[in-house]
Design a binder for this molecule. Structure first.
Ligand code: GLU
Length: 306
């Protein structure tokens, strides 16, 4: 049975959107809309220290300004803790979750850095703790929760093709809940995309390496799996990743210099959908969207384009 297409925006409201976020939102929207799909908006504000409702509201105004609409939401992850706990309980019932007492310093000292994203591969220091050791350690420290991984998981990315990882070797047992009680991105994103019926997850390729972990979780939780479509990263002219720290590439600053159509046209040009950066409305790009036009390599912002 074919499912109706459902895409999503899943921004983290921790600051004003920068060009990289806008690029992801535009392509996620185009990919879904070009196939007649619906869009969901979900605010990934699990970390309430780093995010705010105001940034979330600003983000909705920004999407609106760019002509990127949605049919459902906003959902706020900060309100969905009970549901994430149910998902965690389901995994615990399968005997696949264990408490981890490692401090940040211990984690960095004992674990090899991950080749692609600077993260580390957990070597399992707490995997074999006995009940007595857990009780002893729990007296002084509240643990994080980790998922035991095994096997090889792969998928055919809509853009980058086949991608797989041998989970123990390539990512290691990963966090489901932090020691301060905040649920981990990996658990929440799968729990939500699964529950919300998302059929395609379009986002920056910095998250490509999360795909196998996420599929592993979908299978354990018995949730319907989406397709993944990762997109190249936008890089500053000197090769650095754009980040929220670069105020000049933030939408607040761009809005003072460009109209929505000028911003969308420049992003559409970078995505390979226009042969020159001419002003267009987002909906005028829907017809021309095609994954084959989108570059594979990360994209250097040409000097002077923004
Ligand atoms: N919330 C994440 C971000 O803003 C995106 C997560 C995802 O698309 O899976 O980077």
């Amino acid at each position: 049975m074919t499912r109706d297409i459902v895409g999503r925006f899943a921004p983290t409201p921790s600051g004003s959107m920068h060009l990289g976020n806008l690029f992801s939102c535009l392509l996620a929207w185009l990919s879904a809309r070009s196939r007649g799909g619906r869009m969901i908006l979900r605010m990934e504000n699990l970390d309430t220290q780093r995010t705010s409702i105001e940034f979330g509201e600003q983000l909705m105004r920004d999407l609106d300004f760019l002509g990127l609409d949605w049919d459902e939401g906003p959902y706020w992850q900060s309100e969905r803790g009970g549901y994430y706990q149910e998902c965690l309980d389901k995994l615990m019932a399968q005997g696949l979750v264990y408490p981890c007492f490692c401090s940040r310093a211990e984690l960095h000292a004992a674990n090899a850095p991950h080749a692609s994203d600077g993260d580390y591969i957990y070597q399992g220091a707490c995997r074999g703790l006995t009940a007595a050791q857990i009780a002893e350690k729990s007296r002084t420290r509240s643990p994080a929760m980790r998922l035991k991984v095994s096997g090889t998981v792969g998928f055919k990315d809509l853009h980058y093709g086949w991608y797989e990882q041998e989970l123990q070797r390539d990512c290691g047992d990963f966090l489901l809940r932090r020691s301060d009680g905040v649920f981990a991105y990996q658990l929440a994103v799968v729990a939500d995309d699964g529950a919300m019926g998302v059929t395609e997850v379009v986002r920056g390729r910095d998250l490509l390496s999360s795909g196998p972990r996420q599929l592993y979780l979908y299978r354990l939780l018995g949730l319907p799996e989406p397709e993944f479509g990762h997109i190249p990263m936008l890089l500053a002219p000197d090769g650095r990743r754009l980040s929220k720290r670069e105020a000049d590439m933030g939408l607040d600053a761009l809005r003072e210099r460009f109209s929505a159509e000028e911003i969308v046209g420049r992003l559409g040009y970078l995505a390979g959908l226009l042969d020159r950066p001419k002003p267009v409305r987002a909906r005028e790009l829907v017809q021309s969207f095609n994954w084959e036009k989108v570059p594979m390599e990360d994209i250097f912002l040409p000097e002077g384009l923004f």
